[in-house]
Design a protein around this ligand. Structure first.
Ligand SMILES: [Zn+2]
Length: 161
């Protein structure tokens, strides 16, 4: 895959449909370039310590402090893109950053960050659209929590059977 400058492409977009098309294209490229079958194994405690020491116990994305037991080893280059399972391909991440980064390509993450900062600014500064967006987001997050809770209840029902 050639290097795609997602942000350069973003600057050429003249309408919302262009943004949707760019996101779709970046997704298709990520899927096209997916490398299957990279062998995974678990890190030893020593390997986890080495990964954690790289950022002095902070999530490399958001900067929050993480512990040896709770941090997640985040790929610098994902398995999907041919990244190796080796300490030098990992940085410590908190679970939120690791879960949200998912297996997006760097170009997609840059767009996600730009969209996120734009959305936050809208929520803070636009009394109409901002409130609508805030309401939709809270509704979505409440739905996620409700579904998670329902799963836990279902699980505990199984446990007592
Ligand atoms: Zn983080």
């Amino acid at each position: 895959m050639g290097i795609i400058d997602g942000l350069k492409l973003l600057r050429t977009i003249k309408a919302g449909k262009g943004l949707i098309k760019l996101n779709n294209n970046l997704k298709l490229i990520r899927r096209r370039d997916k490398v299957p079958g990279v062998k995974r194994s678990t890190f030893t405690k020593r390997q986890r310590e080495l990964v954690l020491a790289k950022t002095n116990s902070h999530s490399h994305i958001c900067g929050i402090q993480v512990t040896i037991d709770a941090f997640q080893a985040d790929h610098v280059k994902s398995h999907c893109m041919g990244g190796e399972h080796a300490e030098n391909n990992y940085l410590p991440s908190c679970s939120t950053c690791n879960n949200y980064r998912w297996h997006y390509s760097p170009e997609e993450i840059q767009i996600v960050l730009k969209l996120g900062v734009w959305a936050k600014t809208k929520i803070m500064n636009d009394p109409d659209l901002g409130l609508t967006m805030a309401n939709e987001f809270v509704k979505y997050k409440m739905g996620v929590r409700r579904r998670r809770k329902a799963r836990q209840v279902n699980k505990s029902n199984i446990d007592i059977l």
